[in-house]
Design a binder for this molecule. Structure first.
Ligand code: HEM
Length: 390
């Protein structure tokens, strides 16, 4: 199977808010490294097979730093983890790892439970039908990451507007302007915390800056990308995971159980990566990937959603299962850029799913799944509304 640019565009489109086009998943088996040609010759390769995606994400021959192809307002702003290769990446990543360690995330659990209960209280008070995106799916991760970073609650809605605009792929100038506004916002907030330190990441990372571990640019970029990646991705994955669970209502109750629920949750994450693709990489030398020769300078686009459903490894790839023998999924990426917030995101999604399973076991969609709107212009392609009843 070959692919012209026209068919590549077809492949990159989603079938709906959850599912990729079937041809994309089929490529993982038939042609896991597939050229996407633009007129004269191949300009990039889409990588769809599970093992091939693993190789691209873990092999240093595939670089982020050598690629100058900003897609959102956040890339190439300087000091951005996702723009760096080791060893520069390793230095910065070590500093940012600490607040997102398993231990630090476990300490947040009581606050997460309390917030989930508060949001569900308000949802119940509102009564059915209600929009789960407005009441839970966005406010939960937004509040968690903003509280952690130190954005005051009344300003969190403003931060949400800026991050959403910065991820719009169709308005590059507006996306860049929004990312710039967000960095200015953090410059001011950093100044305020210097005068009045608090128990938050602005203060903690500000101290790392004062100790000479982080430049001012790295500090600002880190805070701006944490509030953005820290809620847009989680909201997108959480929204999708909930809708998939609602396809079989007994799954919602199962999610309230401890061990079965955890395995099921992991498999729901396999089916709900925040983005279909990771950011592109470029080869720094000639490479062969799955028998395909890639000259130095070739752009490759790893596909998480097809790797997660690779028919070579998943017998019934689109059905969520609590089978403990399942192959590890790629929804948080892999290798040096493995999601910094994976511990936090897992705990957040576990908390919300568990709270829904406990409190609203009869939850169901109030409209057909095919009528759910999603944001086709954003890198994240998140669901915009999930009307539910119970
Ligand atoms: C379910 C929710 C989430 C999903 C599915 C997700 C997914 C991902 C993926 C796939 C990558 C790798 C991108 C690539 O290699 O091109 C990534 C990286 C990253 N994520 Fe997440 N993420 C989630 C939540 C979070 C949260 C809560 C935070 C904030 C604490 C966060 C912060 C980051 C950062 C900073 C990176 C860059 C890491 C690096 O380059 O070293 N993410 N995420």
């Amino acid at each position: 199977m070959t692919s012209s640019l026209g068919s590549a565009e077809h492949l990159l489109r989603r079938l709906g808010p959850i599912d990729p086009v079937p041809e994309l998943v089929e490529l993982g088996r038939a042609k896991p490294v597939c050229p996407m040609s633009a007129g004269g010759g191949p300009s990039a390769f889409v990588v769809t097979g599970h093992d091939e995606v693993v190789r691209v994400l873990t092999d240093p021959a595939f670089s982020r730093a050598a690629l100058n192809m900003p897609m959102t307002g956040f890339e190439k702003t300087g000091g951005q983890l996702l723009d760096l290769d080791p060893p520069e990446h390793t230095r910065l990543r070590r500093i940012l790892n600490a607040p997102f360690s398993r231990e630090r995330v476990m300490a947040l659990r009581p606050a997460l439970w309390e917030l989930a209960d508060q949001l569900l209280d308000r949802l119940v008070e509102h009564g059915p039908p209600a929009d789960l995106i407005e009441h839970v799916v966005v406010p939960f991760p937004l509040t968690v990451i903003c509280d952690l970073v130190g954005v005051p609650r009344p300003e969190q809605g403003h931060v949400r507007e800026l991050t959403s605009r910065a991820l719009d792929l169709t308005q590059p100038a507006a996306a860049h302007a929004a990312a710039t506004d967000l960095t200015h916002y953090f410059v001011e907030l950093i100044g305020e915390r210097r005068k009045a330190p608090a128990e938050d990441l602005i203060t903690e990372l500000g101290r790392a800056h004062d100790d000479g571990q982080l430049s001012q640019e790295e500090l600002i970029t880190a805070l701006a990308s944490l509030v953005s990646l820290g809620h847009e991705t989680t909201a997108a994955a959480l929204g999708r995971a909930i809708v998939i669970a609602l396809r079989r209502p007994e799954l919602v109750a199962e999610l309230a159980g401890p061990s079965e629920g955890d395995r099921l949750l992991e498999d729901l994450l396999r089916l709900s990566p925040a983005t279909q693709f990771t950011l592109p990489r470029v080869t720094t030398r000639a490479e062969v990937l799955s028998g395909v020769s890639l000259p130095a300078g070739t752009v490759v686009v790893p596909c998480l959603i097809s790797g997660n459903q690779d028919p070579r490894y998943f017998a019934d790839p689109q059905t969520p299962s609590s089978d403990a023998r399942a192959r590890p999924h790629l929804s948080f990426g892999l290798g040096p850029h493995y999601c910094l917030g994976a511990n936090l995101a897992r705990e957040e999604i576990r908390t919300v799913m568990n709270a829904i399973g406990r409190r609203l076991p009869g939850l169901r969609l109030a409209v057909e799944e095919s009528a759910l709107p999603w944001d086709k212009n954003s890198l994240i392609e998140a669901l915009q509304r999930i009307p539910v009843t119970w």
